[in-house]
Design a protein. Structure first.
Length: 403
């Protein structure tokens, strides 16, 4: 006698608070555990959960994660839709089409999929020449990795694919046979991958480096620095692997100093400089704590770039971070010669652009020197942010006269 076939489970059905309904209809991609009002059964990580409104009408469908306070990441809202192979392919093609007009043949490093803002909540894809890096921020993507790999292979044939994982899901990844830095497809060198950005060569440590191996999000600000750099003595503080330094050098800087606490980062900056033999500006590296070094040095520069790591990793740190950004700007301004330019950037999501820009402007006022604002910026087009929580990057360029 044969065993009866297992009974298929019913669709995972959720209802949420009235406020969450409003947010979902407005396009917000997150549903928190605290917003759930009804659930027909337990759900598994990565299961598609359908959200219904108070009148039992379809509201949205998304990826369910029972172990995260961010319980559902919305994939689609509005009219009902079938999330079949064609749907997924169209979603990826839409993200790639947004990038098509952005980059010429001199750029093969960029963000191809930017998570929620491209309709792929909790998943990022960065391209570095023939290597793709898939970074996951939720275990809900683990059951869908094969589909993602198939889609990427059909659009980037022959590319190697590396998996990077946010720290909070690495234990769960191990249980699924996955680990950070894992090569999922193709061939990936054990060392850095070399890619190009507007004709400049850079290395990216895709297996072990910060983020996905490089800070692609500052490309547009690097290009702005290049336009201001001619004939200037440039300090690139928190230089990491020297992105701003190389652009300043190509822009005709009289000399460039890369300043960072990490010897590893400075060695990478030196290697990146060596990858571009046409750069003529002298390049000096200084290993030091930026805050301490700026307060102690008497060196003078014509262009100072301040691009620190996040100073507010949680909301409770926001006020202190705003003060720190102001102090950092003040210290940078003191190192500026007459007519010098300060470029100050922040990647702290908990500090708004308005708060950050105000802190830098106040530092300029406190200096007692005449100044003018040249530019403010936020996200680059391949890192566009479609909702408030996704907004983290901001920068301000100001020029100061007098001493």
């Amino acid at each position: 006698m044969q065993d009866a076939a297992p009974t298929p489970r019913s669709r995972l059905r959720l209802r949420v608070s009235p406020a969450a309904e409003t947010h979902i209809r407005a396009g917000h991609p997150w549903v928190y555990e605290s917003s759930l009002r009804d659930q027909n059964r337990e759900g598994d990580a990565g299961e598609l959960a359908v959200i219904y409104d108070r009148r039992d009408r379809f509201l949205a469908i998304g990826l369910f994660d029972p172990d995260s306070p961010l319980r559902v990441r919305v994939l689609h809202h509005g009219a009902p839709a079938t999330l079949n192979d064609d749907w997924w392919a169209a979603r990826l093609d839409a993200a790639l089409l947004r990038r098509a007009p952005l980059f010429g043949p001199d750029t093969d490093g960029y963000r191809a999929v930017n998570g929620e803002s491209d309709g792929w909540p909790g998943l990022v894809v960065d391209r570095y020449a023939d290597t793709l890096v898939v970074k996951l921020y939720t275990a809900a993507w683990f059951p869908h990795l094969e589909r993602v790999l198939d889609l990427l292979e059909s659009r980037f044939p022959g590319s190697g694919v590396v998996l990077r994982l946010s720290r909070n899901i690495q234990v769960r990844a191990a249980a699924a046979g996955l680990h950070d830095g894992q090569v999922l497809a193709g061939a990936v060198p054990d060392g850095p991958v070399v890619f190009h950005e507007t004709g400049l060569a850079f290395e990216a440590d895709v297996l072990r480096g910060q983020k996905t191996g490089f800070f692609l999000d500052q490309r547009d600000n690097r290009r702005r620095v290049e336009r201001y750099a001619r004939g200037r003595r440039v300090l690139n503080a928190f230089s990491f692997s020297g992105g701003f330094s190389l652009y300043a050098a190509r822009g005709g800087a009289a000399g460039v100093v890369s300043l960072d606490l990490s010897a590893h980062a400075l060695r990478s900056a030196q290697r990146n400089y060596a990858l571009n033999p046409k750069l003529a500006a002298p390049h000096e590296t200084v290993q030091a704590d930026v805050f301490e070094w700026l307060g102690a040095t008497d060196r003078e520069f014509d262009l100072v770039i301040l691009d620190p790591p996040s100073l507010a990793r949680r909301e409770a740190e926001r006020t202190g971070a705003v003060r720190a950004y102001g102090k950092l700007a003040s210290d940078g301004i003191r190192r500026l010669a007459r007519g010098g330019i300060l470029v100050s950037a922040s990647c702290s999501a908990h500090v708004s652009a308005e708060e950050f820009w105000a802190a830098v402007r106040e530092a300029a006022d406190r200096s007692g020197r005449p100044w003018k604002e040249l530019h403010t910026s936020q996200h680059a087009p391949d890192h566009h942010a479609s909702f408030a929580e996704a907004q983290y990057l901001k920068a301000i360029f100001i020029q100061l006269d007098g001493r």
